[in-house]
Design a protein around this ligand. Sequence first.
Ligand SMILES: C[C@H](OP(=O)(O)OC[C@@H](O)[C@@H](O)[C@@H](O)Cn1c2nc(=O)[nH]c(=O)c-2cc2ccc(O)cc21)C(=O)N[C@@H](CCC(=O)N[C@@H](CCC(=O)O)C(=O)O)C(=O)O
Length: 319
Amino acid sequence: MKFGIEFVPNEPITKLAYYVKMAEDNGFEYCWITDHYNNRNVYMTLGALAAVTNKIKLGPGVTNPYVRSPAVTASAMATLDELSGGRSVLGIGPGDKATFDALGIEWTKPVGTIIKSIEDMNALMAGKRLSEGAQLAVKPTTKVPIYMGAQGPKMLETAGEIADGVLINASNPKDFEAAVPLIKKGAESKGRSMSEIDVAAYACMSVDKNADKAKQAAIPVVAFIAAGSPPMILERHGIDASKVKAISEALKSGNFGAAFGNVDNTMLEAFALYGTPEEVVEKVKALEKMGVTQIVAGSPIGPNKDTSIKLIGKIIKEF
Ligand SMILES: C[C@H](OP(=O)(O)OC[C@@H](O)[C@@H](O)[C@@H](O)Cn1c2nc(=O)[nH]c(=O)c-2cc2ccc(O)cc21)C(=O)N[C@@H](CCC(=O)N[C@@H](CCC(=O)O)C(=O)O)C(=O)O
C-alpha cells in the first residue's frame, strides 16, 4: 500500500513546506496539491516544495483542462520534473461547474475533453508536435504518470482506459466496491491490466491517539462532504437525507454549529478514515481488500497535523 498526503494551498507555502518535509521523513510517497483558482497557485507551490524535498513525488491533485490549456499544464509539469529531479506526477480531473461559471468558462463534454487533454499532454511531454502545431521546447526526463480525479461511472471507466492512476474522493470500501469494477472494465477494454493502475482513496483522514479527538476533527470536513454528495451516494451508505438537508441549509446560512451537530456516525464511517492508529490500520486493510493501492491523507489529517503526520507514519510501517 502506498501513502500520499493532500494539501490545500490556503496557508503560507512555508508552512506547507514544513509539513511536506515532515511527511517525506515519515514515509509518505506522494504529495498532492489541490488546484482551485482562489487559492495560492498550484505550480508555484509545487516548485517551492520540490526545493525542500528529495524523495516524495509531487503533483497537482487535481488540476483540470479548462483553466489552463493542456500545453501549458504539460510545460508546468516538465518544469516541475526538472525542479524535482524526476519526481513529478500529474493529477487531472474534469473540474466542477460552479468554478467554471464563476470564471466565465464554458464547461462542455468533460469526458471527451479529459481524454484529449491526456493524449495531448502525453504527446507533448514525449517531445511530439500536436496536429494544431504546439510543441514543447522542454521535456521531462521520464514519463510523467497521469492520474485522473474521477467519481462518475464514465469518468472511472475512462481512467481505466487511459490513466496511470485514479484519485477517488472516497474513504469507504463500499465506494471502491462500486468504482473498481468500472475502472477494470475500462482497462480491459484497452487490453490493460489493473496492475498498471494505482487506485487511490483520496480520503478525509483524521488520526489521533484519542479516538474522540480524531472524530471531532473529522466532523467539519464530513459535513461539507455530506452536503455535496449526490442522493445515490447517500443511499449507498444508508445516510439520512433529511439530516443532510439540515446540514446543507445550516452551512448555507453560516450556522456551522447546527451543521456539524447533524453529522452522525453513519456519515463519519461513510466519508472519513478516522480514529486511533490501530482503528485506522483496520480500515486501510478493508480498503486494500477492495483494490485500493494508495491512501491519500486528506484534510484534516488530524486534530494536530504534526502529531497526526507522525502517527500515520507509524501506520505506514504496518504496510
Ligand atoms: C464530469 C463529472 O465527472 P466526475 O468524475 O463525477 O467529476 C467529479 C470530480 O472528480 C471533479 O469535479 C474533480 O475535478 C474534483 N476534484 C477537484 N476539483 C478541483 O477543481 N480541484 C481539485 O483540487 C480537485 C481535487 C480532487 C481530488 C480527487 C477527486 O476525486 C476529485 C477532485 C461527471 O458528471 N461525470 C459523469 C458524466 C460524464 C459524461 O458522460 N459527460 C458527457 C457530457 C454530458 C453532458 O454534459 O451532456 C461528456 O463528457 O461527454 C460520469 O463520469 O459518468
